[in-house]
Structures are given as C-alpha cells and as structure tokens.
Design a protein around this ligand. Structure first.
Ligand code: GLN
Length: 193
C-alpha cells in the first residue's frame, strides 16, 4: 500500500505518525524535495508554527511541488498550522504558504487568555468529537468550494474542499480516531489509490 506522507520539517508530526500506526496505515516523513518523488496516497500537514513551516517549505523547495500535487488532487489533511498553510487568505500575518483552499483564516484567533482549551463539538457525520485547541486559528470565512464541517462558539473550526480537509484543533492529541478515519475513508480511499 502506498504510504501517507507526513510533513516533518517542524511541529507536532510525531503524534500523527502514532495515530497512523494505531490505524495500521503506512507513512513516510516528508523532509526534503526528493521525499515527494515516490508514490503517496495523501499528505498530512501537522500543527506547529505556520510562519516557520512556510519558510522552511520555501527554503527546501517543497512549496511549489506540494502546491501542485494538492491542486492535482492529492488528499491533504492540515491541522492547526497545517490549516493555515492551506488557506488562501490569512489575517494575523501572511507568510509563504500553499494557498490552495478557499478559506480565510485568522491566526492565534483565541488570544492569550484562551490560548489553549479543550472542548467537544459536532463534526459533520461523526457526532460529538473531542477538540484540543493550542494557539489555534479559526476559519473566518469559507468561500468557493469549501464547506464547513464543525463550529465552536459560532466559529468554523473544520472544513473540507474536495481532497482537502482542515481542522483548527488537534485530533492527533486526543485518543479519538474518528477524524483521522474520516480523512482516510472519505478522502484518501475515496480517491481510489
Ligand atoms: N499559532 C500557530 C500558528 O500561527 C498554530 C498553532 C498550532 O499549530 N498549534 O502557526
């Protein structure tokens, strides 16, 4: 089975690796340009610091090839900073990013007081799921072909656009596997590879 690529230049990629291990899904780390040459079933962009990650993607020559693969339909799941990397519009600091998804996001949207928190909310088709937020963004607006999948306090915290799935929370930090399963079943497997 072709592996899922996990971007491993910065941030919380190990937790996604553990989750895919639990689900018996093979993965490889994407650290440099040549890691994208092999066959991939999809890619995960983890949480971390989106400005640092975006700059590293640019410096490592990964930004354009990743952008192109996603535009061509490669399934992608971005969590937190990974969501920011995919957004077409970022308020709170633009930096190099992939720019593939019809969402406008606000970085560090919950301010200092609510920097990190845990809650439960309905996720389209999955019921109530646990959500861990760490200096999280939220989605101010979906447009074009993006659809909201979950909201917390009136703000969109998960969305999908065809092959692209994003959450502003960290499903890899809770033991609940349903959001990763959603990505694998509804997007990766539905893609036919
Ligand atoms: N605040 C970070 C950023 O703006 C995202 C935080 C996270 O990924 N947990 O990139």
């Amino acid at each position: 089975m072709k592996p899922i690529g996990i971007l491993a230049v910065q941030g919380a990629f190990a937790e996604h690796e553990n989750r895919l291990d639990e689900l018996y899904v093979p993965w490889i780390e994407i650290r440099q340009r040549k890691d994208l040459d092999g066959p991939l079933r999809g890619i995960i962009l983890p949480g971390g610091e989106s400005t640092v990650m975006g700059k590293l993607l640019q410096d490592l020559g990964l930004l354009q090839p990743l952008h192109d693969r996603i535009q061509q339909g490669l399934p992608v799941f971005g969590t937190c900073a990974g969501l920011i990397l995919l957004a077409k519009t970022i308020s709170g600091g633009e930096s190099p990013h992939l720019h593939t998804m019809d969402i406008a996001v606000k970085r560090n949207a919950y301010g200092r007081q609510l920097g990190s928190f845990h809650t439960w909310s309905d996720f389209a088709g999955l019921g109530n799921v646990p959500m861990t937020f760490i200096r999280a963004p939220y989605i101010e607006q979906v447009f074009g072909e993006a659809q909201p999948l979950a909201t917390v306090n009136g703000h969109i915290v998960a969305a999908r656009q065809k092959n692209q799935l994003v959450t502003s929370f960290h499903p890899e930090l809770d033991s609940d596997q349903r959001v990763h399963r959603y990505f694998l079943d509804q997007i990766v497997n539905a893609n036919g590879d």
